[in-house]
Design a protein around this ligand. Structure first.
Ligand code: NDP
Ligand code: 8X3
Length: 261
């Protein structure tokens, strides 16, 4: 790397939504970024944009985080400089389906468990030893309000996010003595993402869940992530539970119209 003083951040799931907005804010601030996801073209487009606009280094890693072999191969393709990650944003994740437990699809459950829990673990297992060796680093997990309270039909998605919450707490117990910070952000509903489109299999009508109120935007969450990871070294923000003003919790949302435009 040309500038050894620049920090390196890895953002998983940077092809859209919260991950893309977060990678963009890091790039804007001069961090070297490793952006990951399955959609190669989207990663390449983002890389070109960052290179055009900011004086930073960018690496794209295209892999399916559910596949441990692919994940390891992607990691091993990085040279040793790039494997020194200062900040890991464990963001890749999804909800799939919105059915009561007796009607849920097993494939949807597998995909959520494999991505949101196992994928997060695979990448953390690869990145964290380097942080321990250097006695520094920051890992931020993107959890959800659904990792703090359940809602009807949210069952398995919520379970995966409760698992993320447990992992954030456990990782902090294991890593704090090595000088590594572990944080989490837990947003309620967030627009400018593909979250609802993915959850409802591209059904635009069902995915229109943000039209009658102001949820958070992906950039709102990205700004909070940047705030968390730019505190002084002795400060670790453990979790930020955040929702749009019109959302009181997972169930109570003022859907009387978008009041903040
Ligand atoms: P998006 O669908 O816009 O982004 C999801 C990202 O995850 C994409 O970049 C996608 O990349 C990546 N991803 C999904 N599956 C895989 C996989 N198998 N392998 C690698 N990458 C994968 O949704 P959001 O931005 O909303 O979601 C980001 C995170 O935020 C998730 O963990 C989600 O649970 C969480 N969250 C979302 C909220 C919301 O309301 N939107 C609220 C609270 C939390 P690609 O498809 O290219 O692989
Ligand atoms: C996304 C928030 O309420 O749609 O994690 O599950 S919610």
């Amino acid at each position: 790397m040309n500038n050894p003083l620049s920090k390196t951040v890895m953002v998983t799931g940077a092809t859209s939504g919260i991950g893309k907005a977060t990678a963009t804010l890091f790039a804007k601030r001069g961090y070297n970024v490793i952006i990951t996801g399955r959609r190669k073209e989207k990663l390449e487009l983002l890389k070109q944009r960052f290179k055009r606009k900011y004086a930073i280094k960018v690496i794209t890693l295209c892999f399916d985080i559910r596949n441990v072999k692919e994940t390891k191969k992607a990691w091993n393709s990085l040279d040793s400089d790039w494997q020194r990650i200062d900040i890991l944003i464990n963001n890749a994740g999804l909800a799939k389906g919105f059915a009561p437990i007796h009607k849920g699809k097993i494939d949807d459950w597998d995909q959520m468990i494999d991505t949101n829990i196992k994928g997060l673990l695979y990448i953390t297992r690869l990145v964290s030893p380097g942080m321990v060796k250097l006695k520094k680093g920051h890992i931020l997990n993107v959890c959800s309000s659904a990792g703090h309270e359940v809602y009807p039909n949210g069952n398995v998605y919520s379970a995966t996010k409760y698992a993320v919450d447990a992992l954030t707490k456990s990782m902090r117990l294991d890593l704090h003595k090595h000088g590594i910070r572990v944080s989490q952000v837990s947003p309620g509903m967030v627009e400018e993402t593909e979250f609802a489109k993915v959850r409802f299999d591209g059904d635009e009508k069902k995915a229109s869940i943000y039209e009658d109120f102001n949820p958070l935007t992906s950039k709102d969450v990205a700004e909070i992530i940047i705030f968390i990871v730019t505190r002084k070294k002795h400060i670790n923000i453990q979790d930020v539970l955040v929702m749009g003003t019109q959302q009181a919790n997972s169930v109570f949302v003022d859907r009387s119209g978008r009041t903040h435009e």
